[in-house]
Ligand binder design. Structure first.
Ligand code: ATP
Length: 272
């Protein structure tokens, strides 16, 4: 399948997603271009996971258009171009496999099922394991790792697929500090390599300096889409408009900084 090189990686037009007859997000227009690092923010339940799941064809599309790499979603079959790390997913305690064995799964879509791993596959897997800071645990059973380390294994599995775009749903939520720091290093390296990313997060700090664009969802609608600098201004405007300015400053959750302005990852509703 040929893909025009100028196409955005993701293109949504008036897109609506949900589950069966339950609408969750609607009216979404979004283009994600190569090299962008998009943070998707919003309060709990605003539909962030549903939006990324919809983009990947994992939630139902109720309306609108979705294209991936210039191809309508229902005809898109180049799944190796996208890596996905789902939300709060760790490995079951009953999984009996080593870190390397799990990460090798990320290479499977790249070769016919009957062909064994090549030397290159092994090298890519080793690199992905090292990238997430688990090189010294490569041959340990995943069941013996912490939850944060298991998430790093899942991220390494996505990296081993060498995707052009990585979609991550709260990669740092509930993980230990070492894992968070390891992840920040990985994301920086990926951004330097030009990997595009869409990251659902409540923790902008972990992405500081990487994010090129912020998209905010509120109750199923995009209520902000712009640069980190524009987002900072948007927050200040809303905080002043709503009279919540001081409350924001006082809260430790709102200490995120991109550039010079304080950021709140879950902006409040605008009070006219
Ligand atoms: N599989 C599902 N079936 C039905 N409804 C669902 C399903 N998954 C999520 N929902 C509903 O969709 C709405 C949005 O959920 P979603 O997980 O997309 O929000 P979110 O912004 O990612 O929230 P959080 O920050 O808590 O992860 C919620 O009301 C949720 O109950």
């Amino acid at each position: 399948m040929t893909t025009p090189s100028t196409s955005p990686l993701v293109r949504l037009r008036s897109a609506a997603f949900g589950y069966a007859d339950r609408p969750v997000v609607s009216g979404v227009d979004l283009d994600v271009s190569a090299g962008e690092v998009v943070a998707l923010l919003g309060p709990n339940g605003s539909g962030k996971s549903t939006l990324v799941r919809g983009i990947l064809g994992l939630a139902d599309r109720h309306a609108g258009e979705v294209e991936l790499f210039g191809t309508p979603l229902d005809r898109f079959d180049e799944h190796t171009r996208i890596g996905y790390v789902p939300q709060r997913h760790s490995l079951s305690a009953s999984v009996r496999a080593t870190v390397t064995e799990i990460v090798e799964v990320g290479r499977l879509p790249h070769r016919p099922w009957w062909r064994p791993s090549s030397r290159e596959d092994h090298a890519i897997v080793r690199e992905a394991v090292a990238d997430v800071g688990l090189g010294d645990r490569a041959h340990e059973e995943v069941a013996s790792l912490s939850g944060g380390q298991q998430r790093r294994v899942l991220i390494a599995r996505a990296l081993a697929g060498r995707p052009e775009m990585l979609v991550m749903d709260e990669p740092t939520a509930g993980v230990d500090r070492t894992s968070q720091e390891a992840l920040a290093v990985v994301l920086r390296r990926l951004a330097d390599r030009g990997t595009s990313m869409v990251v659902v997060t409540h923790e902008l700090e972990a992405l500081e300096g990487l994010v090129t664009r912020i998209v905010c969802l509120d109750t199923g609608h995009v209520d902000f889409d712009g640069s980190p600098a524009a987002y900072a201004e948007h927050l200040v405007r809303h905080a002043v408009g709503s009279g919540h300015h001081h409350a924001h400053e006082d809260s430790p959750r709102h200490g995120h900084v991109i550039g010079a302005a304080p950021l709140d990852p879950t902006p409040r509703e605008v009070v006219p």
